[in-house]
Design a protein around this ligand. Structure first.
Ligand code: AMP
Ligand code: MN
Ligand code: MN
Length: 346
C-alpha cells in the first residue's frame, strides 16, 4: 500500500521575490515576446497565455503565441476566448526567441513541437502551478498552491502595472473556473473568490462562459457518451480497496457519430461522480490511435504520481498520460501503480 495515499510527491513550489522582480524586468525591457502553453491546451493554459498576450500587445509589445501540437487547432470548447488572433502555427513561431514565456507547462515535453524553441530561447519565464514542475527555464514563477496558472498571470500583470479589461478577464476567469471545477475543488480559497470578483467586476457574463465551457455539445455526444457509460466498469478492490471506475472511448465510437476528439473532454466528469470508488479513469483514443488517459481522485489516491510514473503528469486529484497499449494493458499498469488490490475478504 505504500505510495498510494495522498498527499505525496515533490515539495511545494513557492515563487521567490527575486524571480518576480526578474520577470518584471525582462518583460518590461522586451520589444518582442513569444508565448507558449502546453499541448492539447485546456482553459487555464490557453486562457492564461491569451490573457497576458493581449495585455502585452496593448502595452506595445510584438506578441506571438502558440502551442506545439502536430494538429494545431483550438479545441471547440475554447473558441469563444478572445485574443486568438495572437496565435501562430508552430512552424511560424520564432526559432530562437529573446524572451519566451510558458503557461501551465510542468515539463519540457509538454511543449511538444516547441520544446526546441524553448531550448534556444535567451530567457524563458515559466508560469505554472503543477507540483510536478521540474524547474526548467531561467525564471520560475511556479506556485503549487495557486488554484490556476491564471492566478499567477493576474499577479504578474499587477506587478507590471497592466490593467485587466473585459477580454483579458474572460481569459483569466476561464483559467480559474476550469481549474477549480467551477469553484468546487479544494483549491477554491477565499482568495480565489476575491480574484473571481475582481474579474467579474469588468462586466463578464459568467453565465455565457459557463454555457460555452460545460453546457453545450452536438447531439452525437449523447450517443458516444452512452457507449462509454455502457462499458463503464467498477472495480471495488483496486487501490487497496479504495476502488476504481473506468471506461474508454474508441475512434470507432466517434467515427460512427462523426464526433471530433475534443468533444469527449466532459466524459470524465460524468464517470467521476460515481460514489463508490476514489479513482475514476477515462481512456480516449485520439485520431492517431494513441490513448489519452484522464484520471481523477477524490483525494485519497495521488493520481498525479501514478500518471507521472507512466510518462504523464498532473495534480494529486487530476492527472493524465498518453498510452500506446490497449485499454486493458494500460489499466493493468495504472492499477499496479495506485496500489495492490484489497484481498477479497476485506
Ligand atoms: P485532463 O484529464 O486532460 O483534464 O488533464 C488533467 C491534468 O492532467 C492536467 O493538469 C493536465 O495538465 C495533466 N495531463 C493530462 N494529460 C497529460 C499528459 N499526457 N502528460 C502530462 N500531463 C497530462
Ligand atoms: Mn492545463
Ligand atoms: Mn492549470
Amino acid at each position: 500500500m505504500s505510495g498510494v495515499r495522498a498527499p505525496q510527491g515533490p515539495p511545494a513550489h513557492v515563487v521567490r521575490e527575486a524571480d518576480w522582480l526578474r520577470a518584471v524586468e525582462l518583460v518590461r525591457d522586451a520589444g518582442e515576446v513569444a508565448l507558449v502553453c502546453h499541448v492539447a491546451p485546456d482553459g487555464d493554459a490557453l486562457g492564461s497565455m491569451l490573457g497576458l498576450g493581449m495585455a502585452l500587445r496593448r502595452a506595445g509589445k510584438r506578441v506571438t503565441a502558440s502551442f506545439g501540437d502536430r494538429s494545431f487547432a483550438v479545441p471547440r470548447l475554447l473558441r469563444f476566448l478572445p485574443g486568438q488572433d495572437l496565435l501562430v502555427e508552430p512552424a511560424a513561431y520564432p526559432e530562437e526567441p529573446e524572451l519566451m514565456i510558458s503557461f501551465d507547462v510542468p515539463t519540457v515535453d509538454r511543449l511538444g513541437l516547441l520544446a526546441p524553441n524553448a531550448g534556444k530561447a535567451r530567457e524563458l519565464i515559466v508560469v505554472d502551478h503543477h507540483p510536478s514542475n521540474t524547474g526548467f527555464g531561467t525564471v520560475q514563477l511556479v506556485d503549487s498552491s495557486a488554484a490556476s496558472t491564471s492566478v499567477l498571470v493576474e499577479e504578474l500583470m499587477a506587478r507590471l502595472g497592466l490593467d485587466v479589461d473585459h477580454d483579458i478577464a474572460t481569459c483569466l476567469y476561464t483559467g480559474l473556473v476550469t481549474d477549480t471545477g467551477s469553484f468546487r475543488h479544494s483549491s477554491t480559497t477565499p482568495a480565489v473568490h476575491e480574484m473571481a470578483a475582481r474579474l467579474v467586476a469588468t462586466g463578464l457574463r459568467t453565465d455565457e462562459i459557463a454555457r460555452e465551457l460545460w453546457d453545450r455539445s452536438p447531439f452525437a455526444y449523447l450517443k458516444v457518451l452512452a457507449a462509454a457509460l455502457d462499458r463503464a466498469t467498477l472495480d471495488r478492490h483496486a487501490a487497496g480497496g479504495l476502488g476504481l471506475v473506468w471506461t474508454f472511448v474508441t475512434r470507432a465510437d466517434r467515427a460512427a457519430h462523426c464526433l471530433p476528439y475534443d468533444e469527449c473532454e466532459g466524459i470524465i466528469d460524468v464517470i467521476r461522480r460515481t460514489d463508490e470508488p476514489d479513482v475514476a479513469v477515462v481512456l480516449k483514443e485520439d485520431d492517431e490511435g494513441a490513448w489519452q488517459v484522464s484520471t481523477r481522485s477524490k483525494g485519497q489516491v495521488d493520481v498525479g504520481r501514478a500518471c507521472t510514473a507512466l510518462g504523464g503528469g498532473g495534480h494529486v486529484r487530476a492527472a493524465g498520460f498518453t498510452s500506446h497499449d490497449s485499454p486493458e494493458e494500460t489499466m493493468a499498469s495504472f492499477r499496479s501503480l495506485i496500489g495492490p488490490p484489497a484481498s477479497p475478504s476485506t
